[in-house]
Design a binder for this molecule. Sequence first.
Ligand code: RIB
Ligand code: CA
Length: 308
Amino acid sequence: MKRKVIFDCDPGHDDAIALLMAFASTRLDILAVTVTGGNQTLAKTLNNAKRVLSFAGVECLIAAGCDKPLFRELEVAPEVHGDSGLDGPVLPESNLPVDDRHAVEVMRDLLDQATEPITLVATGPLTNVGLLLSTYPHVKSKIDLIAIMGGSVVGGNWTPGAEFNIMVDPEAAHIVFHSGIHIAMAGLDVTHRAMVTKQDTERIRSLNKKVPVMVAELLDFFALFHHTMGFDATPLHDPVTIAYLIDPSIITTKEYYVDIDVDGEFTLGATVADQLGSMNQPANTTVMLDIDREKFVDMIVDLVNTYE
Ligand code: RIB
Ligand code: CA
């Protein structure tokens, strides 16, 4: 039985690779791709989702969501993903149709119509998901899991204490982590072990087909920022979320109660994982902490190789 998924994202180089993995997997049935502002403005992330999916020959329901966080101004990351949000490969413009409904309405309608549980995947700021759960709380009964790339047990990558996706919209993240729906969290603890090397990139390029070469070019560009930050390989954040859904055996996890700091002076947007059990709350999150890097890269290669 395939896992039914609504994939919310902010493409973004790593989102793009995660999308390609998700559509190539025989274990996932992607019902819709919904897009939020994050790595770049909504107009750019939407255009990027369309261009990547078109380039790969994927047709699916696409909807645009929120162009800014629930209560804050949008922060984008051109230094990481470029001005387009997907700098590097040459991707033709796409005429993939975008649904007229807002992404949250598409999510609500799919959940209302669902006869079996749906997993929400979110690899960008949690604005669309937070707005869905606060506007239409009745849909919670149809959601079996929310799998996210975001947060960390220790440290941040946008501030010393916060990871980008959570930091951009802490209030949306607070809604999600207090929703009562179980969360699988691919935070920096695991994604900074999901390192893709230059050799891995060349292995993908050597598949010598249109889409694998494009993926290698995404990795080429994504590596540039991380090299300036002192990394000798590239943390491939969003694909870890998909890898967990496809084969959780390659990932080491622990169950923690996780909450979100929404007003800290230095820790705003931090995902606080109660490793001590001192908050006396039941665990709401499966926190990913380590990954079998070789098996992760093999999975990416195998899935990307299914495309022409
Ligand atoms: O912190 C990394 C996350 O922020 C990734 O999802 C990346 O695509 C950006 O959205
Ligand atoms: Ca992302």
